[in-house]
Design a protein around this ligand. Structure first.
Ligand code: GDP
Length: 207
């Protein structure tokens, strides 16, 4: 599989406003400025699908994109902004939590980690929450071109080691660079595998 078409569908302020959960869905999340928009644009081969921006906290909604007319990619707001009020932050956190817990067709959430840094508490805490909520995830290390291959690999290894302290099963991770298109093939092949296994959850009985 390659990603040949990507179409913006809708931006929703709540999980209830998202499109009908009638196909496989893959969400992307990470700290603000981690490179999420760049990664989504790289995967979909489009320069402006997700808005690349240096203004932290600009994307505050649940953004759905239909890929190959077949599955959804979702751009979630970043976590860990310093410059927003407690109240705004609480609203976003609730929106993200509700989405992750309630979205029945969510196959996995890709958590983006900047490969230039050693493991950060805020990222590990976020993974802990995903564990509590029973949400499957994978890790994508970003911006591999910004440091030496050795340093990026070392930070990725540290991060996996930190995960091993808390998790028995370490999910698959990917090293990427949006600038060099590194990791694109691997992530798309992985999504393809998951798509093959995907079974639509039965609709909850009404009434
Ligand atoms: P977001 O806030 O997580 O969506 O992050 P963006 O995609 O807007 O990226 C934040 C900044 O990092 C921008 O200046 C990007 O150009 C830059 N960036 C993102 N990914 C990469 C990458 O793989 N390599 C390099 N060198 N820069 C990147």
């Amino acid at each position: 599989m390659d990603i040949t078409t990507a179409k913006y569908i809708i931006s929703s302020p709540t999980v209830g406003g998202c499109p009908k959960p009638d196909r496989a869905e893959y969400a992307f999340i990470g700290r603000s400025n981690v490179g999420k928009s760049s990664l989504i644009n790289m995967l979909t081969n489009q320069s402006k699908l997700a808005k690349t921006s240096n203004t932290p906290g600009k994307t505050q909604l649940i953004n759905h994109f239909l890929i190959n007319n077949s599955f959804y990619i979702v751009d979630l707001p970043g976590y860990g902004f310093a410059k927003v009020s407690q109240k705004t932050r609480a609203t976003w956190e609730k929106m993200i939590e509700d989405y992750l817990k309630e979205r029945t067709n969510l196959v996995t959430v890709f958590v983006l980690i900047d490969s230039r840094h050693e493991p950060q508490k805020i990222d590990l805490e976020f993974l802990r929450k995903l564990g509590e909520w029973g949400v499957p995830f994978n890790v994508i290390f970003t911006k591999a071109d910004k440091s030496s291959q050795r340093d990026a690999a070392k930070n990725a290894r540290y991060f996996v080691e930190a995960m091993k302290k808390e998790w028995e099963f370490i999910p698959r991770s990917f090293m990427t660079s949006a600038v060099k298109f590194l990791g694109r093939k691997e992530i798309i092949a992985y999504i393809d595998e998951l798509n093959q296994e995907f079974v639509l959850p039965e609709e909850a009985p009404k009434g």
